[in-house]
Design a protein around this ligand. Structure first.
Ligand code: ADP
Length: 491
């Protein structure tokens, strides 16, 4: 047992564009929710600063309390903009929402770059101004992705001689694909940043464009990304999204810390969405009940002997869906069912609808975003495939393992760091993996999984139990972030 109060105390401001349960489009929303809560347990004082989007559910809007307001100039607009601060406190974490109807009245956090560039310039600057206004000066400012990429730049330029200027900054890359790139005059116009930061070592991307994430990486005191392998990969041309040289230059301050999952939100023993709750002790009995209930819910043939493979994903090019669509006819061999849950690019949505139509009773395409159904798939499927082209960390394989569902993954980014390949000789490992981005190799990994499932159920069940027992909680990761904070503030 350790006493929280014996741990060194640090104050941290999280600045980012989404956070469960207010607004979430992907893994970033999960991290912004879970990491602050875990840091509170490690004696950190955490404030999370978010835009007050109109799409935040009314139940949370109603609980927000007015904390103050001020006006802030912005770039070369020659205008003063309203900045309201609305506050909501939950489980020891303070959430401060930056209010401005002009920027945040849309129904969606991300619209298009024409609108997003000004709104996140505004948000990054307003977040720092709000900390000064509230006179709450954190030891660490922890920013996330390109939407908060200008924060470290502001901190060392326009805010250098203000109270918040003494904070140290960390920028976490959740997905390098999105960088906030736009022409230099526009970003200069909205951000009001001085000419000196628009050079090739910082914000400038090429002769015409500026890159908000690139600037943040140059000015942040530390850079993290969400797995060790991704930290390495983004320094290569294949994964670097044209920032590999910049990242190699700054590699001395770059490190990878793998994400966890929130055991409160993801717990098969108490999960209200499931047909039958289960834990490590009785997973082998109750997983079948969940499988049958899932088959019934989705109109699949109800047969506990079938091998059910799930896929829960945004349907985009990142997620390896061209591999999946290429092999579906071979995967559906009469003993196998496939369940897809996701929304995204029309080409993938249509492909999966086509397969549902063609293979009625064995293929289910749920083209929707449905959290409860996602939980039921994690519980009811035997395996979950994550064949991503690149995957900074990936949460679905962690959710799956925690629910006793074996991951079938490509060895990239966080998938490589969290899923140890099954060894058929020793029975060790957590899942089935393949390396190169090829449909045949995905099919091979699925077939290896099926072979163990159908011919060596004893070993399969051992892997199920090992995966459920594996620690994929936030505890470990939060401790590594706390160590990083202490490294930057060694008093
Ligand atoms: P990314 O952030 O790239 O979308 P992650 O694996 O990091 O991928 O996180 C995805 C998260 O979103 C997981 O918690 C997953 O369960 C959830 N998710 C993805 N698609 C859906 C969907 N269609 N319905 C419900 N939850 C989904």
């Amino acid at each position: 047992m350790y006493e929280i109060s014996n741990l060194p105390r640090r104050s941290v401001a999280f600045i980012g564009s989404e956070c469960h349960p207010f607004v979430k489009t992907g893994g970033l929303g999960d991290v912004m929710y879970a990491l602050p809560r875990e840091l509170v347990r490690l004696n950190c004082d955490v404030r999370v600063i978010l835009p007050r989007y109109a799409c935040i559910p009314k139940e949370y809007q109603d609980k927000m309390i007015y904390r103050g307001e001020f006006y802030m100039d912005m770039g070369m607009t020659n205008r003063n903009y309203y900045v309201g601060i609305m506050e909501y406190i939950c489980d020891g974490v303070v959430y401060d929402f930056i209010d401005n109807q002009e920027f945040f009245s849309a129904g969606n956090p991300y619209i298009n770059l024409v609108d997003d560039i000004p709104r996140y310039c505004f948000f990054s600057k307003a977040a720092l101004a709000a900390l000064n206004y509230m006179n709450w000066i954190p030891d660490i400012i922890h920013c996330h992705d390109w939407q908060a990429g200008l924060v470290p730049v502001y901190l060392r330029t326009l805010f250098k001689d203000t109270p918040v200027g003494r904070a140290r900054s960390i920028l976490t890359i959740h997905n390098l694909r999105f960088q906030g790139i736009y022409n230099i005059p526009t970003i200069q116009y909205w951000s009001g940043l001085p000419n000196e930061v628009f050079n090739m070592g910082a914000l400038q991307q090429d002769w015409v464009n500026a890159n908000m994430l690139k600037g943040g990486l140059a000015y942040a005191d530390r850079i993290t990304t969400v797995s060790g392998t991704y930290a390495y990969e983004i320094q290569t041309a294949e994964y670097g999204e044209r920032l590999e040289g910049h990242l190699r230059y700054h590699s001395g301050k770059l490190r990878g810390i793998v994400n966890g999952i929130d055991y409160g939100m993801w717990n098969p023993e108490t999960d209200p969405a499931l047909a039958a709750n289960y834990g490590l002790g009785n997973v082998l009995d109750h997983k079948m009940e969940n499988k049958l209930a899932l088959q019934k819910e989705l109109g699949l043939e109800e047969d506990e002997g079938k091998f059910v493979i799930g896929l829960i994903s945004r349907l985009t090019n990142q997620k390896g869906l061209d591999l999946v669509s290429a092999i579906i006819p071979q995967v559906l061999d009469g003993n196998t069912q496939v369940v897809v849950l996701g929304t995204g690019d029309k080409q993938y949505e249509d492909t999966f609808r086509y397969y549902e139509d063609t293979y009625r009773g064995t293929f289910s395409a749920c083209i929707q975003y449905d959290e409860a159904r996602a939980h039921r798939i994690y519980a009811g499927a035997d395996a979950l495939m994550v064949p991503s082209r690149f995957e900074p960390c990936g949460l679905t394989q962690l959710n799956a393992m925690h629910y006793g569902t074996i991951p079938i993954v490509r060895e990239t980014g966080g998938l490589k760091d969290t899923v140890e390949p099954y060894n058929e000789y020793t029975g060790d490992g957590n899942g089935f993996t393949f390396d190169r981005y090829e449909a045949g190799l995905l099919l091979d990994a699925i077939n290896r999984a099926k072979t163990v499932y159908f011919t060596n159920r004893y070993h399969w069940d051992e892997v199920v139990q090992r995966d459920m027992a594996k620690d994929v909680s936030w505890g470990n990761s939060a401790r590594q972030y706390k160590d990083l904070y202490l490294e930057l503030t060694p008093w």
